[in-house]
Design a protein. Sequence first.
Lengths: 361, 369
Amino acid sequence: MLARIRNKVLSGRRLSADDALSLFESDDIFSIGSLAAYACGKKNGRKAFFIRNRHINPTNICINRCKFCAFSRSAGQEGAYELTVDEIITKLKPYCGGKGRQPGITEVHIVGGLHPEWTFGHYLEIISSIRKHFPGLHIKAFTAVEIDHFSRISGLGLEGTLKALRKAGLGTMPGGGAEIFASGVRTELCPEKISGARWLEVMEAAHAVGIRTNATMLYGHIESHEDRVDHLMRLRDMQDRTGGFQAFIPLAYHPKNTRIQGGYTSGIDDLRTIAVSRLVLDNFDHIKAYWIMLGEKISQLSLCFGADDIDGTIIEEKITRSAGGLTAGHLAADQLAHLIRKAGRTPVERDSYYKKVRVYG
Amino acid sequence: MADQKKKAGRITRKEAVAILKKADLLELGQAADELRSRLHPEGIVTFVVDRNINYTNVCINRCTFCAFWRKEDAPDAYILNEAELFTKIDETISLGGTQILIQGGLHPHLGLDYYVRLLSSIKDRYDINIHGFSPPEICYIADSADITVREALAILKDAGLDSVPGGGAEILSDRVREIVSPRKIRSSRWLKVMEEAHRLGMRTTATMMFGSIETPEDIVEHLDAVRDLQDRTGGFTAFIPWSFQPGNTELGKRERRKGAGTKKSKKAGPAASYGATAVEYLRVLALSRIYLDNIRNVQASWVTQGLKLAQVALRFGANDFGSTMIEENVVASTGVSYSVSMDDIINAIRSSGFAPCQRDTLYRIVRRF
C-alpha cells in the first residue's frame, strides 16, 4: 500500500481519497513522515517559516454554543468580556515598534465571538482604527464564520461585506471555523455554526475578491478518519478552483472545559495528521504546525513530518488556553528560530504572504 | 545503519557520535523502533506507580543546573519529619503504589544513623519497595561516616534499601561535571557506586541529563561508560535520558547572559538557556536504545518532555513511561510541571497504540488495564 503511495508522491501524482485513508490508518509513521518531508522540501526547500504576530480576541461573547469551545460566553455571564477599539489599540501599541523597542510585529490576527449586539460598523471600525494607528501592520482577521455573520447583519451579502472589510484595511483571513465539514459531525459538535458548504462558499467569495485565506481542520474529537479525508478532499477541490488558500493548519482538539468527552490527541496522531495533510494537499504551498495547539515540542517535530511553518510570537492567546492549552502564550522570535534551526531547517521570518522579512543564520 | 550494526556487532563510539550529529531523525527513529519492538514484541508499555519523596532540599553540592537545593538557613529549607513521611507512604499505597523513590540533598547534619533509621522505620511499617539514594548521596553517607561505599551500601541494604535510582549521573564526563556540578562526585565514583550496588545484588537504573553544555562526544562517553559497566554486572534495569530544564537554575541564567552577549555570532542564541528541543531529545533517546544493547528498558520522560512528546518517544526507542509521580519536586522547581494523573498515563499509552501495564521496580507486570 505504502509503496504505491510512495510511487505516486515521488512521481508527482495526486493521492486519492483511498490513499489518504490508508495513510491515516497506517502505523508506519516513519515512512509517512519522510515522504511528507520530501513533499515539503519540493515546495519549500530547507526553509521553515515563522512570523512576528500578535493575537487579539475582541470578545468572547458569542451567539453560537459550539460544544468543543471553552472560550465563548453569553452576554452578562461570568468571564464575558468585550474590548473597546481603544483597548485593542492599547494592546497593540507596545508591539508595533517605536523608539527603543524590539522590532515590531508585522501582523495582527483577530478572531472572536459572534457578538449579539455589535454592528458591522463596529467591526469595520476595529479594522479601520488599527489601519489608521498602525499603517504598516498587516491585518489578518475574521474567520468564515464571522464573515457569514457580518453578511447577515450588514445586509451587504458576502461580496459586499468582504469588499467593505478590505476597504477598511483587512488584508487576509485566518482559516478557523472549518472544524470538520462532514454534516453528521457538525450537527453534533456545533449545530448553530454555519455548514461546511457555507464555510467553503465564504472562502470562495473571499478568494474571488482577492483576499487570501488559510484553512484549518479541528481533529481528534468525534470525527472518523473518513471525515478527515472528506475534509481534506473538499479543501483540495476548492483550492484547484481558486488557488486562494495559503496555508493549511490542522488543529489538535483540546478537551478541557468543553462539552465533549475525550482526551488530548496523541503526539503520534498529531505528527501523522501533519504528514498526511502535506501529502494530500498537493496544491497548498504551506502546512502550518500551530505551536499554540500542538505545543512547541510537537510543533518543532512537525518540521520533520512535512510542515514548513510554526506560526508566530502570538503574545497572548485565549481560545486554546480556555480549553486546557499546554503551552505558554508567547514565544520570542529568537526562540522560534532556535526551534527551527534545531530541526535542521533554515528559519525565515515571513510576512503575511510568505514573503521573506529576514533570514536567521 | 542496520547493516553496520550487523557487521560490527554493536555500534562504536565513533559511529554513535556521527549518528548524533548527522543521522536523519526519522531513519534513526525507525532503527530504534525496530530494536524496541524486537526487545518488547508484546506491544506493552509499562509504568510504575510511585512517588518521589525528597527528605530534604538542603544540599552542599549546589549544582548549577538544579533549582531544588537550598542553603541550610534558607526560609524554605526543610527536613521531612516521620509523620509527613508516613502520610506520603500511606497515600502512595492507597493509590496502588509499589515503590517510593527517596532522594534528597546532601545535608551537612544528616549522617548514616539518620538514613538507617529512615529506612528501617519505613520497612517496620510498610511492605513497599524502597528505591533510594542516588550515588552522590551514597558517597556522601559513606564519606561522612568514614566507611567505604561498599560498607555503606551493605548497611543501607540491611536497613531496607532495595534498589538504587540512577540520578546524579548527569553527564558522565568529568569535563562537563567540572563546569556544571564541580562539587558533585566524579564519573568514576558514580560508576563505582553502581558497580558495588550491583555486586551486592541490588538493581539500579542509569540516567543521563543532557541539553546543558555537553557535546555529542560527551553524550557518547556517557553511554559507553554505562554500556561497559552493564557488560560487567548486568545490574541496570533501565536507562532514563532526560533533558536539562533551565528554569530557575544558575546554569540557565549563566547561559542566557552568554547568549545575550553573542548576538553577532552566526549561531547566535543561547542554546543551553532553552534546554534540548524535541528533535534533540528524540535523537538522544533513539541513540540510547541503539547503543545500550545490553539494557532491556528505556524510559520516556513525560516529566521533562510532556505527555505528547513522551508518546512520540514510544516510537523512538522507549518502552516504559517511567513513574506516575504522585509527587515530584525537583523538576517542578524549574517551573516545568505537567499535571498528569494515572488515567492520563494509561490513556496516553493506549492512544499511542500500546497496551498500558503497571509494573514493579524490577519490571514485572503488576496490573493490566
